[in-house]
Design a protein around this ligand. Structure first.
Ligand code: TMP
Ligand code: ASP
Length: 237
């Protein structure tokens, strides 16, 4: 495990770079400070975001592994880098919503902050050009983005993750409003991948309702860096 060498860059996304290593079963993920919103229309940087997202994702992935949710995390290598299992990411984003906010509040004309009776699960097709359009399970199966069995695994994992993380964040006085997950195939099995961070979760202070996530950047609310640091401080504390 200690003789890992960083190889060629496989992929550069909006917030991360992924590298091959000398071990074909392992990749290195490097978290960037770059931030985008509205399909890359709005661009900026959030100082030290890469460090926060790397550390927070590591804590959350470890917690989920302890709860037997298989994921790509292996270990943290540096401030901005983690070693992960190599995966082929499925072209589907999985969104869970506990409270109405963001694009769903807009689409359905709901008041942001409305608590739903049960969590809502949405799928989007992962395509920047198309703006990650909303899809359903039939699209995923018919277009062979995942099999019926893989979709079932993803849904089971996702609802369990929501239960685990909602309780976990509430202990940190944070409300888990909604979040996005990505899954990948590792040796033919579906496992959780990508990241879990204030970029991919809406987190509100449970007492005041203050937004402590990427919406501060998306909506120009100020104190962006401070909010990311505050989330990490609560998770570490
Ligand atoms: P939305 O309300 O904008 O659709 O976002 C739902 C959740 O998904 C929210 O927690 C933020 C996260 N998300 C991402 O991680 N990446 C994205 O590209 C988008 C649009 C949302
Ligand atoms: N990261 C996404 C983008 O730039 C959007 C978002 O997180 O709001 O498209």
């Amino acid at each position: 495990m200690n003789n890992i060498e960083k190889g060629e860059m496989l992929y550069e996304g909006k917030a991360k770079k992924v590298y091959r290593t000398n071990d074909r079963d392992k990749f290195i993920v490097e978290y960037k400070d770059d931030a985008t919103a509205f399909n890359g229309e709005k661009k900026g940087t959030i100082s030290n975001k890469g460090i926060v997202n790397n550390k927070m994702s590591a804590v959350i992935f470890q917690l989920l592994q302890d709860m037997e949710i298989e994921n790509h995390y292996i270990e943290v290598l540096s401030d901005r880098e983690m070693l992960v299992k190599s995966v082929e990411i499925l072209p589907v984003e999985v969104i869970v919503r506990n409270i109405a906010a963001g694009s769903m509040a807009k689409r359905l004309g709901l008041q942001e902050g409305r608590k739903m009776k049960t969590p809502i699960l949405e799928f989007c097709y992962k395509s920047d050009e198309l703006g990650d359009p909303l899809i359903n399970e039939y699209h995923i199966e018919a277009l062979e983005w995942a099999t019926k069995e893989e979709i079932k695994t993803i849904k089971d994992y996702t609802f369990r993750i929501n239960e685990i993380l909602s309780v976990y964040f509430l202990e940190k006085n944070l409300t888990l409003v909604d979040f996005k997950l990505e899954f990948g195939l590792h040796n033919g099995r579906v496992i959780l991948a990508d990241e879990v961070s204030p970029d991919t979760c809406r987190l509100w202070d449970a007492t005041t309702g203050e937004k402590l996530d990427k919406d501060r950047f998306r909506r120009d609310l100020g104190n962006v860096e401070e909010s990311y640091q505050e989330v990490l401080r609560r998770i570490k504390g």
